[in-house]
Design a protein around this ligand. Sequence first.
Ligand code: GDP
Ligand code: IMO
Ligand code: MG
Length: 425
Amino acid sequence: MATVVVVGAQWGDEGKGKVIDYLAKDSDIVARYQGGNNAGHTVVVGEEKYVLHLIPCGILRPDKKCIIGNGVVLSLKALFEEIDHLRQRGIYVGDNLSISDRTHLIMPYHILLESVDESIRGAKKIGTTGKGIGPVYMDKAGRSGIRVGDLLDCGVFEEKLDFNLNEKARILGESEEWIESTKAEILKEYQVYADRIKPFVADTSLILNEAIKAGKNVLCESAQGTLLDVDFGTYPYITSNNPTAGGVCTGLGIGPTAIDRVLGVVKAYVTRVGEGPFPTEFPPDMSERIRLRGEEFGATTGRPRRCGWFDAVIVRYAARINGFKSIALTKLDILDEVDPIKICTEYKYNGKRLTEFPSQSDILKDCEPVYESMDGWLTDVSEIERYDDLPENAKKYIERISQLSGIKVELVAVGARRDRIITVK
Ligand code: GDP
Ligand code: IMO
Ligand code: MG
């Protein structure tokens, strides 16, 4: 009987999918509260690997209810492709999924606008996933967005589409003909989506609040991570919303008093996709080694992820911003062959010690990590099932992470498969 929030502590891809799938077994509802199909959450069940972009990971467990909250931005093309794909693989998607009528729609012009924006930025590009995330959240904040509820009313949808196409044509320097042809294409495509989405649409805030009142267990699923947060991330190299725990309330329509616990998902090293500063980034040869061993390639774009040493400054910061009660440490097994292992404890900036994560990316890019070194365990941990059976040096590494972050490590993942997770006593 609790509402638990699961948040990524670093730059995304921490293994949230795996941890959410694990926790979902004891939950009634799994609810996504922000982001869109820029996310890629991997769950491995036996020999089957699922990568979920929009639908909460709870969908893989029968009898769980899944919610796409109002804070999410929805590509309808991606949504129905994902539903079709899951159904083809024998996963039930029907009355176990509800989508908020307040959810904003990613339109084809958002993707176009994003590619123009990235090319204008040139060398200073963000390195986005190209899914239209920035532009759709701009329209949401700019009060011209189109929501799921609008799609269900032909007249309203067409009126809002007209307004947006005229505005986007002005920005893009496009003609009347472009407006007319784009409008015709969208109306045709979106009529089909409107019919398909109708059974899923609901006031999801109401569903969630009633469930919480009835004592159900609710798991709130974040996408991305703390350092991609629009307020607390490495601005401007961020995504355009709040993956941090604060986003849960606005992204689902539940009050802060409904939240019982926040769990941080922390990778045993650090990865990042896209541009932006990364103090503990490995030199290319080590990055390549960990990338291959950890299969660090984007679950959405396939891009190689940048890799680096564990950074305690980041996790302390994430613990503060999100209010972590505990940590799930993932991918410990990927460090099995690394010796020694380095941990960044603080930064040096302009010759001075810096123990708190800076707000400015321009400062972060000149921060030099201060490392301590630990002996590796040089043992395969991927089959270990009990915390006590982990090698001493692995336990020391986990304990040091806990000490430096000021947060208890509750779970340790030692493999991609569903059952490869250890509870720390
Ligand atoms: P998410 O976006 O946070 O859900 O993470 P991703 O799915 O994008 O990336 C995490 C990757 O690591 C996926 O390929 C997972 O299957 C895998 N993974 C998660 N936990 C572990 C672990 O403990 N060990 C190993 N070897 N792989 C893991
Ligand atoms: P999950 O949920 C890792 C990154 C992009 C880029 C920046 C902005 O799988 O952890 P966007 O398309 O959101 O405007 O891109 O954010 N990014 C992610 N990196 N994991 C993700 O999601 C990400 N979603 C966006 O690479 O640097
Ligand atoms: Mg991912």
